[in-house]
Design a protein around this ligand. Sequence first.
Ligand SMILES: *Cc1c(COP(=O)(O)O)cnc(C)c1O
Length: 457
Amino acid sequence: MSKTIPYKIYLSEEEMPTTWYNLRADMKNKPAPLLNPQTLKPMSEKELEAVFCAELVKQELDNDTREFEIPREILDFYKMYRPAPLVRAYCLEEALKTPAKIYYKFEGNNTSGSHKLNSAIAQAYYAKNQGLKGVTTETGAGQWGTALSMACAFLGLDCKVYMVKISYEQKPFRREVMRTYGASVTPSPSRETEVGRRILDAHPGTNGSLGCAISEAVEKAVGTEGYRYVLGSVLNQVLLHQSVIGTETKIAMDKYGIHPDVIIGCAGGGSNLGGLIAPFMGEKLRGEADYRFVAVEPASCPSLTRGRFAYDFCDTGMVCPLAKMYTLGSDFIPSPNHAGGLRYHGMSPVLSQLYHDGYMEAVSYPQTDVFEAAERFARTEGILPAPESSHAIKAALDEAERCRETGEEKTILFGLTGTGYFDMYAYESFHDGKMTDFVPTDEDIEKSLSKLPKVEG
Ligand SMILES: *Cc1c(COP(=O)(O)O)cnc(C)c1O
């Protein structure tokens, strides 16, 4: 137990997890089922299979199987960039003069630069196994599209990405990375789909949104032979795949007898947070151990902290199933001057249920505070963090500074989901003092919430 903790804890290949952990198996209150937007009845396996790959539908609907074997091909792919290091932030602790012990799990050590590759390879694998030709998807900031194009290139699948228009224009390098891996990239909304044309006619000059790009990608998949739609966050199956983050972390921590008091993650659609906390939350749900869990979101898109727990559309075009989640309303679009990602209007139904049941806390921060934390982190720990990840950094810094005041020797764990090389316009506006904080008013939020579909339960 008194082993010296190294700066980086790496697992050997033999120690890497070989199963994904399904947190739903240990939840007393299961996440609510997806509903058909027309009938408002739970989506059947058959209905879901029109949109998603069959094996992924099984994973989506399975609230009982605790462990899923990771197929060997996926394990082999994981070994190219995993295990991800668990880093003890000694340098940061010293700079903060805090008695707290700070750890972060770094998921940015792959070309796509984020944790999203963990689910991209799984989803591409099941699509290939089903004999499909290709997949469609949306991407906002671009990390998911990049991860999926890498996975599809590896397996020889076609990949069609609808990229939120403003990102398409502001992040041309992301777009080129995707094209390098063979994906075709279309700015959304586009005139290629009916829903895209409808949105463009109603809002000419729109910058696009994730919700809108999702609608386009779904329409394209459903209408094209041999294609299915894949999604990089929010869904139960994505949290299942991302449990590899938490399981690796837990194995590494157990090896050194480390018990985190508080576990922090940024929350966009909830996949990295859901994955990181999974095995720890499982222990809490089974009454075996206790931890504090903190979700961190931008003040400009505060679904958990200011949204409503209700059934809502997952997309702007209202073609996707309804999910019960914390939501700001499906036509909520964060201010265009919000640079930090995490723009989705809703939240994973699993995390929403856990938050609703009091197992998790949530905080939000304005983006200038987040970039300030990012810069402090970069200057002490060396890694250039993604703006999304920096939300978790900010919360961890605040926690560590509170420990300095109180003298508590807490152990803090946070998820460092990725790197920020493609976010230099955002860093530039921060450095030039041009970054502003936009926080929606209660009226803004009420306005989009007033359009929630009327569903019981
Ligand atoms: C996509 C992304 C996120 C947010 O997505 P979640 O599903 O909430 O994890 C966070 N960090 C990075 C680097 C991302 O690319």
